[in-house]
Design a protein around this ligand. Structure first.
Ligand SMILES: NC(=O)c1ccc[n+]([C@@H]2O[C@H](COP(=O)([O-])OP(=O)(O)OC[C@H]3O[C@@H](n4cnc5c(N)ncnc54)[C@H](O)[C@@H]3O)[C@@H](O)[C@H]2O)c1
Ligand SMILES: [Zn+2]
Length: 356
């Protein structure tokens, strides 16, 4: 089992990565079981895939455990679902000692983490990510939250889990498009932080069937853990994780959540951000061509024709805009990124021709 530490003083925690890890959870969690109530928060289909099996195994190992499900999709990250989970937990006699297991993708992880952060002023929780995106990104770093009518993730907390358990074998049932979406984020880690990793990903993408998922997940977790350990609350370093996201978020909002997946939108956003970096003279022609070629190895859904101007309000709305200034993540080379406040709205609009 590979174990990676997120180092945050007395809130430090391990990320364990191994295929088949879910089967080992009863023994890995046994020391944390003091007879308290445990709650799996998941989605019904995921309970059928592997949640009920986990529930039975934990019951057999003496855990007092129940489960709560949320709907599929962004609808689960709503104030109504948040209320419903809290009410169910009260009905189930949960208290301050209750421990949550968040079993699912980023949607489940975000809402379950937010419940953990606020129920009885904060209870313990563990992340058990089941999508590639959640394994390499959303389960690590403690960002939790829900959506409101005014926008995504506008209510939330930074609240770290006790551990993250990554079992890459859960990916066996994940639809291909969700895998592709997660690969977009994996490419991002190579691009912003580690050029050797970028080269390995590039090679791996030549034959998706034999892509080294476990290795790539571990390396991505190491990079995210390293960044979060140095900058938990999103200063300049953690902001680099937003590479490709300013335009990615705008594409997601424009085309509709659920139509274009997050990692797919970010992949398109990375092409534009790479082009912008090149135009500003930070990023060479060869590196930009290389970046674009690697991203285009992903079978991304083609984008319907769109008017670039319609994206600008979404870009200006991006919450990474601080005091009216856009902190845009640019590349200085493959494996090296920084932020720039020199990126104008016009340049962003022109960059969109690279993906149309
Ligand atoms: N907290 C963070 O730092 C952070 C970072 C990035 C994204 N996010 C959030 O994550 C969410 C997106 O997460 P996501 O991409 O994992 O989507 P998701 O959680 O909606 O999962 C995608 C779909 O895959 C299904 N699924 C999950 N695991 C499966 C499995 N093993 N087999 C079969 N089906 C499975 C889900 O039921 C869902 O229908 C967004 O809400 C985004 O805001 C959070
Ligand atoms: Zn992302």
């Amino acid at each position: 089992m590979k174990t990676i530490q997120v180092k945050l003083g007395n809130r430090s925690y391990p990320i364990h990565v191994e295929s088949g890890l879910l089967e080992q959870l009863p023994s890995l969690l046994s020391e944390q079981n003091h007879g308290q109530k445990w709650i799996i928060i998941s989605q019904y289909r995921l309970m059928e895939f592997f949640g009920f099996n986990l529930l039975d195994n934990l019951k057999q190992a003496g855990f007092s455990i129940d489960f709560i499900t949320v709907p599929a999709g962004e609808a689960a990250k709503s104030i109504n679902e948040f209320n419903r989970i809290i009410s169910q937990m009260i009905e189930m006699n949960c208290d301050r000692s209750t421990t949550i297991l968040a079993l699912g993708g980023g949607v489940v992880g975000d809402v379950a983490g937010f419940v953990a952060s606020s129920f009885m002023r904060g209870i313990d929780y563990y992340q058990i990510p089941s999508t590639l995106l959640a394994m390499v990104d959303s389960s690590i770093g403690g960002k939790t939250g829900i959506n409101i009518a005014e926008g995504k993730n506008l209510v939330g907390a930074i609240y770290q889990p006790k551990s993250v358990f990554v079992d890459p074998s859960l990916l066996d049932s994940l639809p291909t498009e969700e895998v592709i979406s997660g690969l977009g984020e994996i490419i991002k880690y190579g691009v912003i932080y580690d050029c050797d990793f970028f080269a390995e990903i590039s090679q791996g993408l030549d034959d998706l069937e034999s892509f080294p998922f476990e290795k790539a997940i571990s390396r991505s977790c190491e990079i995210k853990a390293d960044i979060v350990s140095k900058d938990e609350r999103e200063g300049d370093l953690r902001r680099l994780l937003n590479f490709g996201h300013t335009i990615g978020h705008a594409l997601e909002a424009h085309f509709g959540y659920g139509k274009l997946r997050h990692g797919e939108a970010v992949s398109y956003g990375m092409i534009c951000a790479g082009w912008i970096s090149n135009q500003l003279g930070y990023f060479s022609n060869d590196d930009y061509t290389n970046l674009k070629n690697v991203i285009q190895k992903l079978p991304l859904p083609p984008l319907n024709k769109f008017d670039a101007n319609t994206l600008l309000p979404f870009i200006k709305n991006d919450k990474k805009t601080i005091a009216g200034e856009l902190h845009f993540v640019v590349l200085d080379g493959l494996g090296s990124a920084s932020t720039s406040n020199k990126v104008s709205g016009d340049l962003i609009l022109t960059s969109l021709k690279e993906i149309q």
